[in-house]
Design a protein around this ligand. Sequence first.
Ligand code: SF4
Ligand code: SF4
Length: 332
Amino acid sequence: MIKTKYKKDKWIKLICGASNEDIVAIEDLCAIYTAAGVDYIDVAAEESIVNAAKKGIGWAKAIFKNSPGLMISISDGKDIHFRKAKFDPIKCPPNCPRPCEKVCPTFAIDNFGIKESKCYGCGRCINSCPLNLISEYEYNLSKDDLASTLQKIKPDAVEIHTEINRIDAFAKVADILKNSETKLEKISISCGLNQSVKKTQEPEDLLKALWERYEILNELNIPLIWQLDGRPMSGDIAPNTSRDTVKLFERIGSYLPPGLIQLAGGTNDKTYEFLKSSNLPDGIAFGSSARKIMQPLIEIAHKNNKRLYEDHERMDFAIKKAQKFLKPWKSS
Ligand code: SF4
Ligand code: SF4
């Protein structure tokens, strides 16, 4: 008998961005990637953004029958996922070739500076300015405390952004989740090596921190996802970026606490090629790279005062592009 090789689907999450508030783009992104078959969509913990995501998901669900869960991103302290960038355009020399504008994946930069609503804090522009004029600032979209946010939004899942040394703050967030009446399908834990103190943090420290969090979350009896961020919010979407994530996974993946393992932070269309087929994670999360390939199409539609999903021809093209992007993670 000939054995058929069966490739099992891997879990895929679309990250819209914890500080992304570009509502019309979020609606389109959710529609495109729901149609292409993602399992979860991660958005900022803000009602209007969640509603936009639901609208996009709803459009695609009616046609493509896929229904991804809605995850909201929260944090137990200051976190680079909750930021935006800014600069004062008056200080820019008139002859600057404007590398900042060229690298911005969301077309947030023009002669007037950075449009706050279009910036999701990816960080690409920050290092591009030869005069170091661009800085970042903290930006958390959740206007309410976590308990009321959960009550209002009722997400399917939550991602907690945390840092190695923030165990007490993490325990407080876990306590709110425990006492919340929101029934969560999953909790994802995103804890990268802090970029500013990276030299003093080793993957083994991260492993220890994740086990500490497992001890806290275990009693909630909710399936957990361990998100390994190789280069959280590095802003770099070059092909090699995901090597750091893959390296981190290969170093500590086998020793993580019980739960699903998901790669993030620099993941892109090349990530699958860097992994050994004998050692694949349970899933993958795509942020910048998934958004970047769609943004030009979304921009054209919005300039014509349309959602991309209202422009059938371009939407069809976008969905095919998204399916191709996700293909290595889906069974054929
Ligand atoms: S490159 Fe990233 S951080 Fe800079 S303006 Fe664009 S979205 Fe914001
Ligand atoms: S690269 Fe720097 S100097 Fe040039 S336009 Fe951008 S912010 Fe201004």
